[in-house]
Write a protein that binds this ligand. Structure first.
Ligand code: SF4
Length: 198
């Protein structure tokens, strides 16, 4: 590692480290309230997720994770020289006809991961040298993500958090993430509502 790399990491403090435990707790409670009726994303399906009902995204009451690993193919500034700590969630609130991850986004291939387990994944990725935690397709899992961040922070998580989403987010959810997420990486999927319906 050269001096510039060392300096940049030492100077940066992830934003969630500055939030009080009480504020994080408030965010967790507010986020879980958005699940019943579910209005986490602009689809506003209105289903009761904690009761096991499923909306457009197909996600249930427990997060499902397809993979967790160091990713070296992210944007170079995010992968750096040790990799981006990617946690890839199953299901998705979009249904893009061109999706390259269809088995994960539409068929929901993944394993259940409660917040404690999610927190451990983050800590393991940090231990493995990840520059950041990169939540991929996180929109429909935000309440559990915030809860897991609170647990992981208590146990020493300190690297920045990256929200790598499809860009179809609700303002309410984004407000809850303000001060928790350091970097947003939204995809631009459609610019024409007509095309997105086909
Ligand atoms: S998160 Fe899923 S269930 Fe909730 S509003 Fe969005 S698509 Fe519907």
């Amino acid at each position: 590692m050269n001096m510039a790399q060392n300096l940049s990491e030492r100077e940066f403090a992830a934003c969630y480290l500055k939030l009080s435990p009480a504020e994080l707790e408030k965010r967790i409670r507010a986020a879980f309230k958005l699940l019943a009726p579910c209005r986490l994303c602009p689809r506003k399906c209105g289903v009761d997720r904690p009761a096991g009902e499923k909306g457009v995204c197909g996600a249930g009451e427990v997060p499902e994770v397809s993979s967790s690993n160091l990713h070296h193919g992210e944007e170079p500034v995010l992968s750096g020289w040790r990799g981006s700590g990617t946690i890839f969630f199953a299901h998705c609130n979009l249904r893009c006809v061109f999706c390259q991850n269809y088995p994960i986004s539409q068929l929901g291939h993944g394993n259940e991961a409660e917040p404690q387990h999610l927190a451990q994944m983050m800590l393991d990725l940090q231990k493995d040298g990840a520059h950041n935690i990169n939540f991929v397709t996180p929109t429909h899992m935000v309440p559990w993500i915030i809860e897991a961040v609170a647990i992981a922070r208590e146990q020493g998580l300190k690297i920045p958090l990256l929200y790598n989403c499809g860009g179809y987010e609700s303002r309410e959810e984004l407000r809850l993430l303000d001060g928790i997420i350091d970097i947003y990486l939204p995809d631009m999927k459609y610019s024409d509502p007509g095309h997105s319906k086909t």
